[in-house]
Structures are given as structure tokens and as C-alpha cells.
Write a protein that binds this ligand. Structure first.
Ligand SMILES: *[C@@H]1O[C@H](CO)[C@@H](O)[C@H](O)[C@H]1NC(C)=O
Length: 287
């Protein structure tokens, strides 16, 4: 009962503060409810990522407590302080559940839980993300002769390589100008069509399975360990730039606008491409 009373009072305080700003330039006494003020503490923190299949339900709880109880609401996307964020209904008190009965393509996005101290108006935020599980893999029955799979998830180069292997694919290495152009087209097409792609609208580089970690300046295909015969370097690349790491830049990414390559640090997290080579060049290896 006391709790309900507190909430009502807190809402009244906020309303009257707005009125005050708008009309009366005189500070009134702070409501007694804010005298015993205790900063909000987030008690139910969303996970960083929720991985789902389209059509799945999703329920993400964000909770906080304080005196008086804080407001809690959700924003679709990141809180970028532009005040143009898409605020989801409803603003609750103490706890807010983001519930999607069936995740659709447009729901796949970042979400931010906002906890607002109703005495001071200050906010705390927790960011989370809904992504669609990538179930691609090479199969013997694949209809195309070969295909590329672009994975719109931030992974460092070694984790990207691991993902391709675990999904029974190779880490993408275009072996000719024609294949490089086809991968570039696939990357550009999938940025728009893949539910996870839209989060990467401002991200330009996509990891490939090319490395000089074995022999410096001798770039190899990580799948075969053999030297590459085709490359498509950006002007003045590779440069093995050592600004951020003494080992220099050992692994390669493709620019998704031009299709050109750059050597980079493997610890950077980027989307990446896997591929299923033509059936004729697989076969025995899989038995
Ligand atoms: C990539 O991240 C994994 C942990 O997810 C770590 O073990 C590995 O060393 C990292 N690789 C690079 C090149 O930083």
C-alpha cells in the first residue's frame, strides 16, 4: 500500500516540476517523497545478446529499485541522446518487460532499457541486442554450385574462422576477380536482406580467410595453408601497420563498398564471410 502511494506521489512530483519549468520560475519545496531519495539500482539486467529464430517469442525483463521507485522503459535501438529514439510503450515503475510474441525481421535490432530517477530525471541505460541465429552450412544437396554466407555478427578474426569451421564451411577466400565480385555482390545484397544486416549500415569491413600469420608478407588461405594467387588490395595495402600492435596486421578484410582488401588486426571485431566451395572440390574430404 505504502509503495503504491509513493509511486503516485512521485508521478505528481514530476508533473508539477514540468509545470513549474513551463510557467512559474520559482522553486517550490521538494516533495517529501524525494527527501528520502535513494538512487535507482538496476536489479534485473538484460543479457547482452538474445539469439533467436524468426517467429520465436522473446521476453526480456529489465528491473530497478530505489526510493522512490524509478521509471523503467525500453527504446528500440541505441540511446543516442538525440531524443529521436523510438520509445516503446509503456513506461512502467520498477520493472519493464520487452515482450515480442513472434520476432519479425524488423524487430531484429538493438534495444535499450532506460531507468529514470523520477526525482532528479537522471537516467541509466542497459543495452541489449536481438539477433537471428545463422543456421547456414554446406550440404551435399546444396542447389547452387557454390555459395557464400555473410555473417552479420561482430567477431574477431579467430572466432570468425571458428564459426565457419563449426558450421562445416570454409572461411571465405575469393580465388579470382570474378569470385571477388560475386562475394562483393553477396555482401551488399545480404546487408539489406539479412535480418541482422541493418545493424551494420555504418560498418565497412568484412573478414576474409586470408592471413600472413605464418610467413610475414606471404599471404595464405587459412583453409588450405597455401599461398594465395589472387588478391585485390586497396591502394598502398598491405602495409602491416604497427600503430596499435607490435605484431602488425596479419589478417585480411574486404571493404564492402569497393571489394578491395586491407590487412588488419585480428583482434578487431567485424562481420565475416564463409563459403561453400563447388561440390566437385569438396566430396571426399567430407567422408
Ligand atoms: C578472439 O576472441 C577470443 C575469445 O572469444 C580469444 O580467445 C582470441 O584470442 C581472440 N583472438 C584475437 C586474434 O584477438
Amino acid at each position: 500500500m505504502r509503495l503504491i502511494l509513493l509511486l503516485v506521489q512521485c508521478a505528481a512530483v514530476v508533473l508539477s516540476q514540468y509545470e513549474e519549468v513551463a510557467s512559474v520560475p520559482v522553486r517550490t519545496e521538494r516533495s517529501h517523497i524525494c527527501q528520502e531519495h535513494d538512487q535507482p539500482v538496476i536489479t534485473q539486467r538484460p543479457e547482452p545478446v538474445y539469439e533467436v529464430d524468426l517467429g520465436d517469442p522473446v521476453k526480456i525483463t529489465c528491473g530497478a529499485s530505489g526510493i522512490p521507485m524509478p521509471y523503467v522503459y525500453w527504446i528500440k535501438g541505441k540511446k543516442d541522446m538525440t531524443d529521436k529514439e523510438e520509445r516503446l510503450p509503456v513506461t512502467a515503475v520498477g520493472q519493464s518487460v520487452l515482450y515480442l510474441a513472434s520476432v519479425e525481421k524488423e524487430d531484429v535490432d538493438y534495444y535499450t532499457c532506460v531507468v529514470e530517477d523520477c526525482c532528479t530525471g537522471t537516467i541509466q541505460t542497459v543495452e541489449t541486442e536481438i539477433t537471428v541465429r545463422n543456421r547456414a552450412e554446406c550440404t551435399r544437396k546444396q542447389s547452387a554450385d557454390f555459395f557464400w554466407v555473410v555473417v552479420w555478427e561482430y567477431k574477431n578474426w579467430t572466432d570468425a574462422h571458428l564459426f565457419c569451421k563449426e558450421h562445416d564451411m570454409e572461411f571465405a577466400v575469393p580465388r579470382s576477380g570474378e569470385l571477388n565480385a560475386r562475394l562483393l555482390t553477396k555482401i551488399q545484397e545480404s546487408l539489406g536482406s539479412d535480418p541482422n544486416g541493418k545493424k551494420f549500415a555504418h560498418h565497412n569491413m568484412v573478414w576474409l580467410g586470408v592471413t600472413d600469420g605464418v610467413v610475414e608478407w606471404g599471404f595464405t588461405d587459412i583453409n588450405t595453408g597455401r599461398p594465395i594467387h589472387y588478391s585485390n588490395w586497396l591502394p598502398k595495402q598491405p602495409d602491416n601497420w604497427k600503430k596499435y600492435h607490435k605484431e602488425g596486421q596479419d589478417v585480411v578484410a574486404m571493404d564492402r563498398v569497393s571489394g578491395e582488401w586491407d590487412d588488419s588486426y585480428g583482434f578487431w571485431k567485424r562481420p565475416f564471410a564463409c563459403w561453400c566451395p563447388p561440390r566437385r572440390s569438396r566430396g571426399n574430404r567430407r567422408n
